[in-house]
Design a protein around this ligand. Structure first.
Ligand code: ATP
Ligand code: MG
Length: 445
């Protein structure tokens, strides 16, 4: 993309409505614009990152054997009356009437709708196990939407639902989700720690929340610092293996890590004092096993091997896709702007032309652009007629991990400058070598 043809409405001033750095930077970098309280338009740069996050979530879900689909945003109230949650959900649910005076709602989550689909089409244990998921907009009429996309009213969420014959099978689905979530967050350059949590209105004894540590997080968390040493890395896990998935769950949840809702002071005090941590975190996902709560209420039964009808065991699993964008920025920025992890960056590499209109510099930039593109990378070329300082400030603000700077002086010596956004370190090298280096970095992902 050439910046002169793009739509990147960056703000020079700090917007006064933003209280936390991710919100401020997303507004300044022209990624979002508030449409009304807690509801945002996703401008091109923000939309590009949102799609990248969505793709990573899809890839990891499919890798785990889960099946993508899409359910609507508007739902009929009848299903929610059946489960009993129409009244329970309270004011967070946005209720709407259609022209026939029928009660509708904008879905805050999808347990009811998916259970209805399941009971209509699945009748035998032979069709199990089954995990379906979708990535769709949700609406919750939060009392205090704030922090930009972090606590919106409209937000983008992956929600998945497993259906199993037995509790044992459903717990394997639970463990499998935990493994796939660990992979998902790591690909986004994030450390998200699974913490024992509270079931809330969804209910259930088994539930973990995934938290990204950040001072601006809304949850208070308590943990053994040893959990932050754990990384998933590039392990090759067989998602069908009960033992392998359980082993990962045990490894990542055996150390103390809890949110304030489940915190146990006595257990916490058993941790050696130098490893006890009290901090704040951003919830970027949650997994639940809730047994037969919905299947019994909504009569989602299958015929078991013995011919008897039994309610299925279910769980639900959510990832806050739009919130993740805020969480990544909270975890990765400096005073100049965002620093995107390579896995989610909107463009792979910036190109800054120090002397637009100079024949040689323009030609060198065009050549870099086409070499990068040929290798399957997406460069963002700042080809505007602007001062170098302004171009650098924009690149630093929008946070592309790599920048190639091209100027007549360097070109005389046959070199361009390759700069890492994270470390600020630069090296001079021939243009082809710079392209090669950038390509190698992304090839490793
Ligand atoms: P919270 O406790 O933050 O209100 P929740 O526990 O009610 O969230 P879940 O039902 O577990 O949310 O939804 C799954 C994920 O969706 C959450 O882990 C979070 O990342 C994201 N999410 C929930 N509410 C919002 C919101 N208002 N804005 C953005 N993302 C949200
Ligand atoms: Mg939650």
């Amino acid at each position: 993309m050439r910046l002169s043809r793009y739509f990147l409405p960056v703000l020079k001033e700090n917007p006064s409505e933003a209280q936390i750095v991710s919100h401020r930077l997303m507004l300044r970098a022209g990624m979002i614009k508030q449409a009304s309280a807690g509801i945002y338009s996703w401008l091109p740069l923000g939309f590009k990152v949102l799609r990248k996050l969505e793709n990573i979530v899809h890839e990891e879900q499919v890798r785990a054997g889960h099946i993508p689909m899409l359910m609507p945003t508007l739902q009929s109230a009848d299903l929610w009356r059946e489960s009993g949650r129409y009244d329970d959900y309270g004011q967070e649910m946005l209720r709407i009437k259609d022209r026939h005076d029928r009660d509708m709602l904008f879905g805050p989550t999808n347990e009811e709708l998916i259970t209805d689909i399941f009971r209509a089409h699945v009748g035998s244990y032979k069709d199990l196990p089954l995990t379906l998921y979708h990535i769709q907009w949700k609406f919750r009429d939060e009392i205090r939407p704030r922090f930009g996309v972090m606590r919106g009213r409209e937000f983008f969420m992956k929600d998945g639902y497993n259906f199993d014959l037995t509790k044992e099978d459903a717990l394997h689905a639970y463990n499998r989700h935990l493994v796939s979530y660990l992979r998902t967050y790591e690909r986004m350059g994030l450390q998200a720690i699974p913490m024992r949590a509270d079931g809330g209105p969804i209910g259930g004894d088994y539930t973990h929340e995934f938290l990204v540590l950040a001072e601006t997080g809304e949850s208070e968390v308590f943990y053994d610092s040893a959990v932050t040493d754990l990384t998933f890395g590039d392990r090759d896990i067989d998602y069908d293996s009960v033992d392998q998935c359980r082993a990962v769950l045990e490894e990542f949840t055996s150390k103390y890590a809890r949110t304030d809702e489940t915190h146990d002071e006595a257990l916490f005090n058993d941790i050696p004092e130098e490893r006890r941590r009290v901090a704040r975190g951003i919830e970027v996902g949650q997994i639940f096993y809730f047994g037969t709560k919905y299947s019994e209420a909504m009569n989602a039964v299958v015929q078991g091997p013995d011919g008897k009808q039994v309610p299925v065991h279910m769980g639900s699993h959510g990832i806050g896709v739009s919130r993740l964008m805020g969480a990544i920025i909270e975890a990765s920025h400096d005073d100049k702007g965002i620093i995107w992890p390579e896995g989610v960056t909107p463009y792979h590499c910036g190109i800054v032309n120090l002397k637009q209109g100079d024949e040689e510099a323009d030609a060198a930039c065009d050549a870099l652009y086409s070499s990068l593109t040929t290798l399957g990378l997406e460069p963002l070329y700042d080809d505007r007629n602007e001062r170098a300082g302004g171009k650098f400030a924009t690149m630093d603000l929008i946070g592309l991990p790599w920048r190639i700077t091209v100027g007549p002086r360097g070109l005389k010596n046959g070199v361009v400058e390759l700069t890492s956004r994270r470390t600020g370190e630069s090296e001079e090298l021939p243009p082809e070598a710079a392209v090669q280096k950038v390509a190698e970095i992304y090839a490793e992902l």
